[in-house]
Design a protein around this ligand. Structure first.
Ligand SMILES: C[C@@]1(CC(=O)O)C2=NC(=C\c3[nH]c(c(CCC(=O)O)c3CC(=O)O)Cc3[nH]c(c(CC(=O)O)c3CCC(=O)O)/C=C3\N/C(=C\2)[C@@H](CCC(=O)O)[C@]3(C)CC(=O)O)/[C@H]1CCC(=O)O
Ligand SMILES: NC(=O)c1ccc[n+]([C@@H]2O[C@H](COP(=O)([O-])OP(=O)(O)OC[C@H]3O[C@@H](n4cnc5c(N)ncnc54)[C@H](O)[C@@H]3O)[C@@H](O)[C@H]2O)c1
Length: 194
């Protein structure tokens, strides 16, 4: 195995590299169609990715999300043309096979049942429009990440979506945020102090 590949999630003191990735129009292959695969596919849809689902049975919800459904077990070749992939079946062997194909093709793979086996892990994230706050424990405790995210939900009200949208518009148009907007940002920031 390639030495750079041996640095696995949680296996040493390195931390995962935090990144917000632009997946718009990118082909993302999701292998599996249970609760975990569906959660991942939902977020891919929000990112406007082109989702390909591979699984023997696919729920109507996933059918609605998927750009393409391959209604059968995974087979080698399914990752061809993928930008990234998700191994989220209930079978360790199948998930490992997906990870192997990813390594061969240079396609990064998220492996749902093995915090040490994947190329990237998903954070627990809250979303208010364009604003996202993401929490990761690097596979140490997904339950803790979810718990922390849950507490942050209460801190960030729905008003943040509008504020960040307005900031985005001003930035896009090359305008400085006006005084009213600046005051609103300050008010919301001061409410974040616990
Ligand atoms: C954050 C979140 C994002 C997402 O997936 O969207 C996420 N897991 C979430 C939920 C969740 N995970 C688990 C349960 C059921 C039990 C429980 O509650 O503990 C639930 C609850 C549920 O499913 O409701 C158990 C679990 N998770 C992993 C394993 C494998 C292992 O550790 O061996 C097992 C044991 C499986 C088993 O034995 O059955 C692995 C991973 N899970 C990760 C992310 C990555 C590390 C993130 C980090 O540590 O920061 C990583 C490494 C890979 C990845 O998937 O990227 C999402 C919360 C979303 C939210 O609600 O905000
Ligand atoms: N990362 C996480 O957040 C997290 C959370 C909970 C559980 N898990 C792990 O994720 C995995 C999936 O969990 P789940 O609750 O979605 O399971 P599930 O049993 O609901 O779903 C498994 C899916 O895999 C599909 N599948 C089985 N064999 C396949 C094959 N050969 N090719 C393609 N698809 C196949 C099934 O059709 C089904 O859709 C489990 O291994 C579990 O340990 C991960």
């Amino acid at each position: 195995m390639d030495a750079t590949r041996e640095k696995k999630i949680g296996s040493d003191n390195s931390v995962l590299y935090p990144v917000f990735m632009n997946l718009r129009g990118r082909r993302c292959v999701v292998v599996g169609a249970g609760g975990v695969a569906s959660r991942k596919a939902r977020r891919l849809l929000q990112a406007q990715a082109e989702v390909v689902v591979v699984a023997p049975e696919v729920s109507p919800e996933l059918e609605g999300i998927a750009h393409e459904v391959r209604r059968r077990p995974y087979r080698t070749g399914d990752l061809e043309g993928a930008f990234i992939a998700f191994a989220a079946t209930g079978s360790r062997e199948v998930n490992e096979a997906v990870a192997r194909e990813g390594r061969r093709l240079g396609v990064p793979v998220n492996v749902a049942d093995d915090p040490g086996g994947g190329d990237f892990a998903l954070p627990s994230a809250l979303r208010r429009g364009r604003l996202q706050v993401a929490v990761s424990t690097g596979g140490a405790s997904p339950a803790l990440a979810r718990e922390i995210r849950g507490r942050l939900e209460g801190l960030f009200g729905p008003e943040w979506a509008g504020i960040v949208e307005e900031l985005w518009r001003a930035r896009r148009d090359g305008r400085a945020p006006d005084e009213r907007l600046q005051e609103e940002v300050s008010r919301c920031l001061s409410r974040l102090r616990a």
